[in-house]
Design a protein around this ligand. Structure first.
Ligand code: SAM
Length: 297
């Protein structure tokens, strides 16, 4: 109930009174990871940083004061995070105590995560079977599926990042998400060409084909998290960015009201479909508002 009262308040504050206040925060808690995915530049860092419980607590309070009410714990691999007796569930409990409405984690699901208390769990699945493994490592798909099945969590979805290596697996991954009893939804994103991973960016023509395909699945009733309005914007990336709706706190503690990609000049090649979703929310597209509410349910 509190969330449903807060959302219109936030919308009026930002859209009508023009205050750039975040609704969600993405906190990178460590860049330690147990995989070396081809499309990711996080693992390639020379040193590994893991934030302390106290630092993350301060960052949660800061984000809450800024207006954020939803938090995503990111990494590295967030399920590996520890600080003495504290683990990821300690951070989730603290976020709730501070007043966040919901907590999310994004995981590669290599380690078991049964008993995780996040409200929603996003599992990164970048293709079906061998296609996922060619990006993330041999045997990783099987382990992820085993851990999804053993976790018993009621709100798990898949995040697929489409790139030059896996675009041909979009259909089977969407079918897989639809048919798997433990998976609620699938979110489609595209590779963003951070330094060293430029070669994995999908050709723009293929990206358009994939977007049309995903829209067709969505219209057929498949459990696609993206909205049609948001996906259409991702066809050209020429739209006003409202990425400050999320604030980002990087692993070195840098607080940014914008995604790191914008400082690197990547907005025109950005693949994070949240950018299109945020524009569509701000322009009051009903399908995106419904998708957003279902995401934060
Ligand atoms: C950096 S990972 C960290 C969380 C966790 N280790 C995992 O693999 O899900 C978070 C998400 O970012 C995605 N990602 C990594 N590199 C990307 C890129 N260059 N473009 C778009 N998404 C990317 C991953 O596929 C994953 O879904």
């Amino acid at each position: 109930m509190k969330a449903f009262l807060y959302l219109p308040f936030w919308f009026i504050k930002t859209r009508i009174f023009g205050k750039k206040s975040p609704l969600q925060t993405v906190i990178f808690i460590s860049d330690r990871c147990n995989l070396q995915c081809k499309h990711c530049c996080v693992y390639a860092q020379k040193t590994v940083t893991t934030k302390s419980y106290q630092q993350i607590a301060a960052e949660l309070r800061y984000s809450y004061q800024q207006g954020a009410r939803f938090v995503d714990f990111e990494g590295g691999e967030p399920t590996m995070w520890r600080d003495g007796e504290q683990d990821l569930n300690s951070l989730i409990a603290l976020a709730k105590e501070i007043g966040f409405f919901s907590t999310t984690i994004t995981t590669n699901a290599v380690m078991p995560f049964a008993g995780n208390h996040a409200d929603a769990i996003w599992v990164s699945i970048d293709g079906f079977g061998a296609c996922h493994d060619q990006i993330r490592g041999e045997g990783v798909f099987e382990r992820a599926i085993k851990n999804i099945e053993q976790s018993g969590h009621p709100n798990m979805s898949i995040n697929m990042v489409v790139n030059a290596l896996n675009y041909m697996s979009v259909d089977e991954t969407i079918e897989f998400a639809k048919n798997h009893p433990n998976i609620q939804k699938i979110s489609i994103n595209f590779h963003t060409p951070y330094a060293g991973t430029e070669h994995l960016m999908l050709d723009w023509d293929k990206r358009l084909e994939v977007i049309d395909k995903v829209i067709a699945y969505k219209r057929k009733g498949y459990p696609i998290m993206n909205s049609v309005s948001g996906l259409k914007l991702m066809k050209h990336n020429r739209f006003k960015k409202y990425c400050w709706v999320s604030n980002f706190i990087l692993v070195d503690g840098t607080k940014s009201a914008d995604c790191g990609g914008s400082a690197l000049g990547l907005c025109d090649r950005c693949g994070f479909c949240m950018a299109g979703e945020m524009n569509s929310v701000m322009n009051m597209k009903p399908d995106t508002i419904l998708a957003g509410l279902s995401l934060r349910r």
